[in-house]
Design a protein around this ligand. Structure first.
Ligand SMILES: *Cc1c(COP(=O)(O)O)cnc(C)c1O
Length: 470
């Protein structure tokens, strides 16, 4: 027996030796050296632990190097970079929610690269209001007295609670039917408790009456909160008071009424696609609520932010909260939002705002999607190892918005003959520009509604590449 097989530790290669071998690989991902060195050290250390525990058998040196190279590749792949969305879910939280408009992105380049007037009044040369113009635009768009922005909608809710429910009056009345989880760890009750507010739950999951709210109002009540059911719906034996009724009750008792709207629609969604109407911030404010908050990167179609709109005195008070400073947005976000809001304010006479999300939602199946699908299919017809067709699908708004909206769509319907669907899906995720489709009816589907038309040729290239390699 050789010495190597007697001593299992002897087969574990030295870190330096692996690093040297990796340097000679011509397909090493362009990672910085310290990350490569760290990963190799961890892998070798892991091998040692594995051998010690009797769980690992160390293979040939070349195999070890190739395994480590694969791990470097997957580390490199995990950096944030563009992905093609073939899922048919327009606001996909795992894929960055709303894509930004090209002009919006250009404004980020110039503002980010150079200095800017974020807190400078160019008329007086003195210190100016941070995001003052944006706040003005948002107030105009939502038809509110005032508006401001924070890090996200969760932060907006926390700030509103901190300002309106504190000290002797820290109780917030909310219906049991609205203690929802939005996803990604956002649970309304937990957020409320974290803000220092005390939750007073009223009613039952499916039924809450105005009298339930009324009975709960006491000397410690700070505000009434309504949370929009943005990511689910209730049907059947249900009841809840209207916003108008809640507003009337709150105001009779001198209490502010706040609505967390979440989704952030600013246009009539039912004009975009054959989907339901989603309440807009201005509609909710017209019903009399004192403040409303919405997300910047859901149906609004901008960067991650929370928008608060409503009564001027309350918005001003929120901006004075010490927490506001901790949750404020950076110059790039403020710029991105500003340019997005301008896209809403510019169009005239029924024109739609020129935002990618709005264009995506309103694309026509037969006029926009079908010709693209046919062009891709034609180019794929030469691949013998791939069965390809087109299928009618249902696309979704996603991102926890409008769960009932079923947007008619069109997808490439693919079946590779020489590999399983999980392998096919993995290869598509490993491309230069990763592609995320989905599996349904034993086929791999790429929904074209969420693929940008200019990405069609990349989709095609990715598919051709896979069969060229195999
Ligand atoms: C999505 C959502 C939130 C959270 O918004 P973020 O901007 O992701 O923080 C809060 N409330 C409702 C009703 C939502 O739909």
């Amino acid at each position: 027996m050789s010495e190597k097989t007697q001593n299992p530790f002897a087969r574990i290669p030295a870190v330096d030796k692996v690093l040297l071998a990796l340097e000679k690989c011509d397909n090493l991902p362009p990672l910085p050296q310290p990350l490569i060195t760290d990963l190799v050290r961890e892998e070798i250390e892991g091998m040692r632990e594995g051998v010690k525990a009797g769980k690992t058998e160390v293979g040939e040196f070349e195999v070890t190097v190739e395994v480590i190279r694969g791990k470097l590749e997957s580390l490199y792949r995990s950096r944030i970079h563009p992905v093609i969305n073939g899922t048919g879910v327009c606001i996909h939280t795992n894929l960055g929610r709303s894509p930004l408009q090209e002009g919006v992105v250009e404004s980020l380049t110039s503002v980010g690269q150079y200095y800017n007037n974020i807190e400078l009044n160019l008329d007086s040369g003195e210190r100016g209001k941070r995001g003052g113009f944006l706040e003005k635009c948002l107030a105009t768009l939502t038809e509110a007295e005032a508006a401001t922005v924070t890090n996200n909608c969760a932060a907006a809710l926390i700030l509103m609670l901190k300002h309106l429910a504190n000290g002797e009056r820290n109780e917030v009345i909310i219906s049991r039917g609205e203690l929802v989880e939005i996803g990604g760890g956002f649970r309304v009750p937990e957020i409320m408790e974290a803000s220092g507010a005390r939750l007073v739950e009223v009613g039952a999951t499916n039924k809450t009456s105005l009298a339930d709210y009324e009975k709960a109002i006491g000397p410690r009540t700070g505000m009434l909160l309504k949370v929009h059911r943005s990511n689910f719906w209730m049907d059947g034996f249900t009841h809840e008071p209207t916003t108008e009724e809640l507003v009337e009750l709150g105001h009779e008792h001198g209490l502010p009424v706040v609505e967390d709207l979440g989704s952030g629609a600013m246009v009539m969604t039912n004009d975009l696609a054959p989907i339901p109407h989603e309440p807009t911030a201005s509609e909710v404010l017209k019903r009399g609520v004192d403040l409303v908050c919405v997300s910047g990167d859901k149906l609004f179609g901008g960067p991650q932010a929370g928008i608060i709109a409503g009564r001027a005195d309350l918005v001003a008070g929120i901006k004075k909260e010490p927490f506001f400073r901790a949750l404020r947005c950076d110059k790039l976000i403020l710029t991105g939002l500003q340019e997005t809001v301008l896209e809403y304010l510019h169009p005239q006479g029924g024109e739609k705002p020129a935002l990618p999300l709005i264009r995506m939602l309103s694309a026509s199946v037969e006029e926009d999607l079908r010709p693209r699908a046919n062009a891709i299919l034609k180019a794929l017809s030469g691949i013998d190892e791939l069965e390809s067709g087109v299928v009618k699908t249902i696309a979704r708004c996603g991102g926890g918005t409008m769960p009932k909206a079923e947007i008619p769509s069109l997808a490439l319907d693919l079946l590779p003959k020489n590999m399983g669907l999980p392998k096919f899906a993995k290869l598509l995720r490993e491309g230069q520009m990763p592609l995320m489709g989905y599996v349904a009816d034993d086929r791999y589907r790429i929904d074209l509604r969420t693929v940008f038309p200019e990405q069609d040729k990349i989709v095609l290239e990715n598919l051709l590449d896979i069969f060229r390699k195999v």
